[in-house]
Design a protein around this ligand. Structure first.
Ligand code: I6G
Length: 742
């Protein structure tokens, strides 16, 4: 390479990397795979290592690197960072619009507003000089903030240099730094794994991450940025409207919300607010309202400011999703699988648009982790349709007379012992179907849409049937007589007849649905279908043994044999009672159970040759490991479960062979489908058809997907399929494909 070549190559690499960074973080439309990006970055790093004189401050290699600070310096904002007035009702927004029109002397005309969601993050000002990022500052008191330049440089969606050309000599942009929800969840699970403090919400996580003195910590946090306005601008006329300015900064590579829209008059603002409210929980980030701004900058100037807020903008807030209240008591609810869930009984509080008086505490580990005590003041969160939860305790408000939450020793519903295996977060009632709560939940699950799909058998009806002793297990449902049902509360002849017909119709099902309906711990809808497809019949599933599913290799068998030979037991001890040897990491209780299944006692094992202990599993089912194997086999060994299954089959529940084409090959075997968008028939219908033809149906698109079936309004999955070059077909094409296979 000549002397000029490394410099030219470094600049070319910087341009490419800036471009791909923009595609990935700002447009959310990557053009190259991550590995290719990493390769380019490595090449630039190596080049800069060999030629340190080529390193520029805005090189993508220089996002992180500065040393920790002792403290943040103060920054004076040349143009103050204002705050916003709030409107809490439609009327307050109407009043704002009336004031605007009156001041503009346009009382009879409509004003054009620019609208965008108000992100729940931290306000920031970014300063670019000659297109280079030179400063990032927090809002502070609006006149003085903190210099967090080192930290904002680590945020990938913030360009270190502006794109394109013709940008102002000085460009200050204002916006919000936030943490997307998915990043927040990942960050908290990492914090939890490391035994470190978790964050209460994405906003606190974003604030905590930005205010780190060590930029290397900020760099590891999934922060993002949206620009919502400009500050000082020198050497450029900019646009005559706010939306025009946002279009300009977007061209220069700064991220602007894709939700930014113009609203012609106040009625359009109300519609925008309602629409955004409906989508609030589906966005990737938390928002707490919508900001409306007079779009015309000359009009903005005419309107001016009052105190610290512009007269030309307002935030119409959504109902708060977090509020403070007091824990009056903690009770335990018993679920279908016997899991005890602690539920906080709260002093009623209006949050997320409804009055909440119960909130989940998930499990005992969560109670310990959050240190929740009865009598505490807590922050409760209710977002959308999600079950309200206790997020944290307000420790400063803890009164002296709080008391600890105790896990009950006995099930609050049936009195059976409560078991919490060591190291497990979930405590369970050991009562099984003897427990009314589990019975009710098991029957609700059995009847549910994705299981036996018994129309008209809702939760309230199940509760009545169980409470009145008419139904004790799912099999009893099919013995119900019309007059028994008609005599129940809120039932009549017609609804009873409908339910009897629905029960009759539900008898014709699929093996996958039937297995799912049984409610075996750990067997969700997908796994039930996999078992049905791979094993083909209920008989084959019922007769599975642990050694069919779990293997012990020859070398493992030698080690196991040596350790078990050391044990000095009475010769008759069932292996299931022997603890797995602590020095054999791979060996679990289930391996001993498996050997017990084959050898019956420890003495028999000790007498066997090591190679006799080794075995190959007969069936390998994707996703079935040691834990699930034990659950499946244990379920079918319980006499009461077999009774229920026999009862159901005797009542006439039946299904076609899930592998009708087994004699030949499964026509769609080996193909993976994703269903997305609005289809004319329910997705489950196609899912069952595809599974019956041997295909796999998964929820997300990857390079391993063969077909994406896209209906109306298909969104990100369709986009991803197009990016990855996965075949996209519509519903008609899918039907043709299925028809062709017969
Ligand atoms: O705090 C803010 C959030 C969002 C804002 C803002 C905004 O626009 C979408 N706009 C202004 C003008 C101000 N604060 C002062």
């Amino acid at each position: 390479m000549s002397a000029a070549e490394p410099a030219a190559r470094a600049e070319a690499l910087r341009r490419q990397l800036d471009h791909h960074n923009y595609c990935y973080y700002v447009l959310d439309e990557p053009e190259i795979p991550d590995a290719e990006y990493d390769r380019l970055l490595r090449e630039l790093q190596q080049l800069e290592e060999t030629h340190p004189e080529l390193v520029t401050p805005d090189s993508p290699t220089q996002r992180v690197g500065a040393r920790p600070l002792e403290r943040f310096d103060e920054v004076a904002h040349r143009i103050p960072m204002l705050s916003l007035d709030n409107a809490f009702s439609e009327q307050e927004l109407e009043d704002f619009d009336r004031r605007v029109r009156e001041r503009l002397k346009k009382a009879a005309a409509k004003v054009v507003y620019s609208a965008e969601p108000k992100l729940d993050g931290l306000a920031i000002s970014l300063r670019y000089e000659a297109g280079r990022l030179v400063q990032g500052a927090t809002r502070g008191d609006g006149r003085h903030g903190e210099d967090v330049t080192q930290n904002v440089r680590t945020i990938p969606s913030i360009p270190l240099r502006l794109m394109g050309e013709g940008w102002p000599e000085v460009l200050e942009v204002r916006g919000e730094i936030f943490m997307p929800r998915a990043g927040f969840e990942t960050l908290n699970s990492v914090q939890r794994e490391r035994g470190e403090k978790t964050f209460v919400n994405p906003r606190n996580a974003a604030a905590g991450s930005l205010r780190q003195l060590d930029p290397r910590i900020t760099a590891q946090r999934p922060l993002a940025f949206f620009c919502y306005g400009t500050g000082e601008v020198v050497g450029h006329p900019m646009s005559a409207t706010h939306s025009g300015n946002m279009a300009l900064v977007r061209e220069w590579g700064l991220p602007v919300s894709s939700e930014l829209a113009a609203c012609d008059g106040i009625a359009a603002c109300h519609r925008y607010y309602d629409r955004m409210g409906g989508r609030r929980d589906k966005l990737d980030y938390d928002i707490d309202g919508v900001v409306f701004k007079v779009d015309d900058l000359a009009q903005q100037q005419q309107l001016g400011f009052v105190a610290r807020a512009p007269r030309w903008a307002i935030a119409r807030k959504f109902p708060a999703q977090e509020e403070m209240t007091r824990v009056e008591d903690v009770e335990f609810q018993v679920g279908r699988t016997g899991a005890l869930t602690p539920v906080a009984r709260l002093e009623p509080i209006f949050v997320g648009g409804v009055t909440v008086s119960n909130a989940t505490l998930h499990n005992m580990d969560e109670i310990e982790r959050k240190d929740v005590r009865i009598g505490d003041s807590v922050i409760v969160r209710r977002a959308g349709d999600v079950i309200p939860e206790v997020v944290s305790v307000v420790r400063e408000r803890r009164p002296p007379d709080t008391h600890a939450v105790q896990l009950p020793a006995h099930c609050p519903v049936c009195g059976s012992a409560v078991i919490r295996p060591e190291g497990e977060a979930v405590a369970r009632c050991s009562g099984g179907l003897y427990c009314q709560a589990q019975r009710k939940e098991a029957i609700k699950h059995f009847a549910s849409r994705k299981a036996m799909d018994i129309e008209g058998l809702g939760d309230k009806l199940v509760e009545q049937l169980v409470d009145q002793g008419l139904v004790g297990s799912p099999a009893d449902l099919y013995a119900l007589r019309q007059e028994q049902i008609a005599a129940l509360e809120r039932m009549g002849e017609k609804s009873a007849a409908n339910l009897v017909a629905a029960l009759e119709a539900s008898k014709e099902t699929t093996l996958g649905r039937f297995l799912f309906a049984l409610g075996i711990l750990g067997i969700g809808e997908t796994m039930a279908n996999t078992l049905a497809r791979d094993l083909g019949s209920l008989d084959a599933i019922e007769s599975l043994t642990l050694s069919d599913l779990i293997g012990v290799s020859a070398s493992q068998a030698v080690k196991l044999h040596a350790r078990l030979s050391d044990l000095d037991e009475d010769g008759q001890t069932p292996l299931g009672r022997v603890l797995p040897p602590a020095d054999l990491k791979w060996c679990r209780h289930v391996h001993l159970l498996m050997l017990e299944e084959r050898f019956a006692t420890l003495a028999a094992i000790q007498a066997a040759q090591p190679e006799e202990l080794a075995n190959d599993p007969r069936v390998r089912i994707e996703g079935v490991g040691e834990v699930l194997s034990e659950k499946i086999v244990t379920f079918f060994r319980q006499p009461h479960n077999r009774e229920v299954i026999d009862g159901l089959v005797n009542a006439g529940v039946h299904w076609p062979d899930p592998r009708p084409a087994r004699a030949g090959a499964q026509p769609l075997e080996g193909l993976t489908f994703v269903l997305t968008g609005k289809l004319e028939q329910p997705r489950d219908h196609y899912k069952e058809l595809l599974l019956a033809h041997g295909a796999k149906v998964v929820g997300s698109v990857s390079k391993n997907t063969d077909y994406v079936v896209a209906g109306e309004a298909a969104g990100s999955k369709l986009k991803k399929a197009q990016e990855l070059g996965v075949a996209v077909i519509d519903e008609q094409a899918l039907l043709k494909l299925l028809e062709k296979q017969g």
